[in-house]
Design a protein around this ligand. Structure first.
Ligand SMILES: [Zn+2]
Length: 126
């Protein structure tokens, strides 16, 4: 008998659960259904835990993405999204995300200024 061994995972609380969010990596907007810590390693010997956010998009299909890519969709529309390759801006994005969760608009706009200063091409796309 072959039974799939369920991957270990645990749900973690998140301020935006059941709220409208945007995945800044793909641009998909939808409802944040769950945030889970999942072991994504392919061997039980070496564990590799990541935090994933599950977002139900308009089609009803759920996508999973890194928690750091999730932002509130309603609060601050059309935020500048820096390229993934920029580590400096990745730090700004995660601070901006935290500021959004705390509804700290001035810190959000500070982060936007830093990101757009670093990537002037984002300014034109707004
Ligand atoms: Zn940058």
């Amino acid at each position: 008998m072959h039974e799939a061994v369920p991957r270990p995972f645990e749900e973690v609380p998140h301020a935006l659960l059941r709220k409208r969010v945007r995945d800044i990596a793909s641009g998909v907007e939808g409802e944040l259904m769950a945030v889970v810590r999942e072991d994504v390693s392919d061997t039980p010997v070496r564990e590799c835990w990541v935090k994933l956010a599950y977002v139900r998009g308009p089609s009803g299909r759920e996508i999973s993405t890194a928690v750091a890519n999730i932002e509130a969709a309603d609060l601050f529309p059309r935020l500048p999204v820096p390229p993934d390759s920029c580590a400096e801006c990745a730090a700004h994005v995660s601070e901006r995300f935290q500021a959004q969760v705390e509804r700290d608009r001035s810190r959000v706009s500070d982060m936007n200024v830093l990101i757009m200063r670093h990537h002037p091409e984002l300014r034109a796309r707004r």
